[in-house]
Ligand binder design. Structure first.
Ligand code: OOB
Length: 544
């Protein structure tokens, strides 16, 4: 891709999306500047952990200073910077600085470890890596030291902690603002990680134009305006809390972002009460925990108007409890970092809100529900969801071979989700056809874990499947065939092996089963369907 070209979209679509007014020709850097000019004194970001309360003017000035400091260190437009900050105010300082520079944040999650970070830095040829010091009991400085020694492009590690452990403190980077060439609205803004189905995660290139559309489109649907206070309870780097409508939605509207260091009710409820939070987003397992905790009535949650739940299927039974228990409107959200986001609407009948996963943001989100041969199924029947539209990517970053299978020839993204569409255009997620486990909203590509398992000297073959779980929806089960004559291994040893390889904790299988051979499908492939059925039956047997 060359600078100036619009990532992926054919010219006729670029024209169409601009004419329709979806792509407004804004950039995130400009957007923040305009908000600072319009209402600089209003609070933009609240970080209860550090006590920071930054106004729009302060965030704007900090972004300028950070951009200048990064620029002085040689970070240029188009450079990739792996960002692994938790829910702290500096997240926005760095992100907006990079937006202004035209450098691309690569959004890693705090849960990622050596395996993921090493790959991301390597594959994106990152020039810098931004980390906290110690967070959640883990020392990111050590990880950064190791990755830096191994990835030649990585010139800088910035640590958001007074003790940078031999790296450069992030707080030392800001410098007197300098004029910078602004990126264009059609330029890439950042790279987001895909949930993935492949051995290594794919990167999702989003432009200012397309992402900003998903943000303001979400704001309109979720009623976010300058009075909104958005609680960021999920990891800030994830697409859901970032843009649906998320922190960027709140900032776009001139509202306020409150960062929750933890999503647990003990942390989040007092923040809702103190800050007058009006809207937040949760994955289903957390929503269940909140519903439980709210019944104790220890906090005044009356400011909360909207609770978004998505990332994984929210059960109808739990959905019905939201309004009576939390006193707010539920919006189900079925989105994906690749683009398409669906919401139930604020004025949808309660039945629709609790039984569907919403309908698309844009009138120009094209939805197809197809069979195995890409033929449209009859209206209302279940099939594979394909989508194309003004904020859905046309291809992953630097992945031509994968793009040939993940997208149709005419540019539809194969979501891997199995859905049906109601007469009102709402989608109901009925299942998944991709080789991925959705562990309470955290996505795990089976192949990625299988590859790590295959690296174990005693493992001959491995197949990773989901198993049902009452709380998380799904957990991870690994089936292993040991090599003949291999020394016996215990499940715990396998888990330790994976941890030592630096795999994020949420990808480590919850259960490990040894087996003589795998069941095969008609054409001799491993039958994951049979393996899923086998573990589900075992779990069933154990509980009855
Ligand atoms: C969100 O984004 P990703 O990229 O982590 O995961 C996308 C996938 C979807 O393809 C689908 O398989 C699953 O997550 N999913 C849901 C769901 N929301 C997402 N499955 C069933 N019901 C739902 N409500 O997860 C994401 C991005 C933006 C907003 C919300 C979620």
């Amino acid at each position: 891709m060359t600078a100036g070209a619009v990532q992926g979209w054919p010219a006729e679509y670029v024209e169409r999306y601009r004419r329709a007014g979806y792509w407004r020709g804004e950039t995130f850097g400009r957007m923040l500047r305009e908000r600072a000019e319009d209402h600089g004194g209003r609070t933009a970001v609240v970080d209860p952990a550090s006590g920071a309360r930054w106004s729009y003017a302060e965030l704007d000035a900090r972004a300028d200073a950070m951009a200048a400091g990064l620029s002085a260190r040689g970070v240029c437009a188009g450079d990739r910077v792996v960002l692994q900050l938790p829910n702290v105010a500096e997240f926005f300082e760095v992100v907006f600085a990079l937006f202004r520079l035209g450098a691309l944040p690569v959004f890693a999650l705090p849960a990622h470890r050596y395996a993921e970070i090493r790959y991301l830095c390597d594959f994106t040829e990152a020039v810098a890596y931004v980390v906290p010091g110690v967070h959640g009991g883990f020392d990111y400085r050590e990880l950064a030291g190791r990755v830096r020694a191994e990835v030649p492009t990585l010139r800088h590690v910035f640590v958001a902690d007074p003790d940078p452990g031999g790296h450069e403190p992030l707080a030392g980077v800001p410098a007197a603002p300098v004029p910078l060439a602004e990126p264009a609205p059609h330029d890439l803004a950042f790279l987001q990680l895909s949930g993935g189905t492949t051995g290594v995660p794919k990167l999702i290139p989003r432009t200012h134009d397309d992402y900003i559309y998903s943000v303001w489109g979400s704001n309109e649907i979720c009623g976010v305006d300058e009075h909104s206070v958005y609680l960021c309870a999920l990891p800030a780097a994830h697409n859901f809390p970032l843009s649906s409508p998320g922190t960027l939605g709140a900032l776009y509207a001139g509202g306020r972002v409150v960062l929750a260091p933890q999503p647990a009710p003990e942390t989040a409820f007092p923040l809702i009460e103190r800050e007058g939070v009006t809207i937040t987003g949760l994955v289903p397992p957390l929503a269940l925990v909140w519903l439980e905790a709210a019944q104790r009535g220890e906090h005044d949650l009356s400011s909360l108007e909207v609770l978004l739940v998505g990332g994984a299927k929210f059960s109808e039974e739990a959905a019905r409890r939201v309004r009576p228990t939390l006193g707010c409107t539920l919006q189900q959200v079925f989105g994906m970092a690749e683009g398409l986001v669906n919401y139930t609407r604020l004025d949808d009948p309660e039945e629709t809100v609790v039984t569907t996963q919403g309908r698309p943001v844009s009138p120009d989100d094209e939805i197809r529900v197809v069979d195995e041969d890409d033929h449209d199924v009859p209206e209302g029947a279940t099939g594979h969801l394909l989508t194309r539209g003004p904020y859905t990517i046309r291809g992953y970053w630097r992945a031509p071979e994968h793009n040939a299978v993940a997208f149709t020839e005419d540019g539809f993204y194969r979501t891997g989700d199995v859905v049906r569409r109601t007469p009102t255009g709402h989608l109901v997620v009925e299942g998944r056809a991709k080789d991925q486990i959705n562990r309470g909203g955290e996505k795990i590509a089976a192949e990625e874990v299988e590859n790590h398992l295959l690296a174990h000297p005693s493992v001959h073959d491995a197949a990773v499947v989901s198993m049902p779980d009452g709380y998380l929806g799904e957990r991870v089960c690994a089936y292993i065939v040991l090599r003949r004559n291999a020394a016996p291994v215990k499940p715990l040893q396998v888990k330790k092996f994976l941890r030592e390889r630096g795999l994020a904790a949420y990808k480590i299988p919850d259960r490990i089963e040894f087996s003589e051979a795998f069941p095969a499908t008609g054409i001799g492939k491993v039958s994951k369907r049979d393996l899923r059925a086998a573990v589900a039956a075992q779990l069933q047997g154990a509980t009855t």
